[in-house]
Design a protein around this ligand. Structure first.
Ligand SMILES: [Zn+2]
Ligand SMILES: [Zn+2]
Length: 293
């Protein structure tokens, strides 16, 4: 127990100093704060220059709560719980693996490959794991209650990307730790670029921009595809939802969960009885823990 407390304390100290470094050196190397601000500002400009729904205002419905979610999920949640929790999880998982005699066990070892190839493999595998977890969030009722926060957007724009319940961090990180940390024996030095790429693609997927990248739409997720993921009315053919892709659309095309029946520019977004869903941030945080339907 003391060991775990030590890890938590060390994590807080480490995170607090790196947070301070991030804030005091906005143009230092690998600054996530600057990255988020620059990408958000850049994609917002694209929305204003190439608006898909021309009548949608620059500060759309839900913009401010989304802006708050963006920083909460990116920073505050990290500071409060995530860093400590994930270091502890990694540590405990390491203990578990070695206690059953697999201390140096890895399924794959990519350390001999070039950094670019490692980057591509990591990107593909990470995206596939997240696509699978995203499916679970829709199919498992108690997980869907948390994921509903992300689907409570009724007017789509870039900042909706990071509107999600903090429990999603736990679901996604657990999956990533188990499969990436322990099945793959390589450390990614360019995690910052990977993170940057996923933020840019994710912001654009939610932006008010009518893009689909032509033939590349079969590889990369895009706004014209992701808007159908947020459709209020689900088709009979996909009762649990469709277009689960995070950065890549590839998995949906391979496994038949793709669905773009027409131009989704003006489709109603959300879920059944969305009018009754709370719009307050704090109430949204507690909704998922409620036992009632
Ligand atoms: Zn979803
Ligand atoms: Zn979305």
């Amino acid at each position: 127990m003391k060991e775990i407390l030590d890890i938590i304390l060390r994590s807080y100290k480490g995170y607090a100093s790196s947070l301070w470094e991030t804030i005091t050196h906005p143009f230092g190397d690998y600054n996530y704060f600057t990255l988020l601000i620059l990408v958000s500002f850049g994609v917002w400009c694209l929305e204003l220059i190439f608006p898909w729904r021309k009548k949608q205002s620059a500060i759309r419905k839900g913009f401010w709560i989304d802006a708050f979610y963006m920083f909460f999920n990116f920073y505050i949640f990290n500071l409060i719980i995530f860093t400590a929790l994930s270091n502890t999880t990694a540590h405990l998982f390491g203990d578990l693996i070695s206690s059953i005699g697999f201390s140096e066990w890895r399924l794959f070892d990519f350390s001999g490959l070039s950094p670019l190839v490692q980057f591509i493999i990591y990107f593909l595998v990470a995206d596939f794991i997240q696509w699978s977890i995203h499916q679970l969030l829709h199919r498992v009722p108690w997980m869907w209650k948390f994921h509903k926060v992300h689907h409570s957007v009724t007017e789509m724009g870039f900042s909706a990307h990071l509107r999600y319940h903090f429990m999603e961090n736990i679901f996604y990180r657990t999956g990533m730790y188990i499969f990436l940390g322990y099945l793959f024996n390589f450390k990614l030095e360019h995690a910052f670029f990977l993170h940057g790429a996923t933020i840019i693609i994710g912001h654009i997927n939610h932006a008010n921009i009518g893009w689909d990248y032509g033939p590349l739409k079969y590889i990369f997720n895009n706004p014209k595809m992701h808007i159908w993921h947020h459709a209020k009315d689900l088709p009979k053919s996909h009762p649990h939802g469709m277009n689960f892709g995070i950065s890549l659309s590839l998995w949906d095309y391979i496994f038949g969960t793709n669905y773009i029946p027409s131009n989704g520019r003006d489709i109603p977004l959300g879920f059944d009885k969305i009018e009754e869903y709370p719009t307050n941030f704090f109430v949204q945080q507690t909704e998922g823990f409620n036992s009632k339907e």
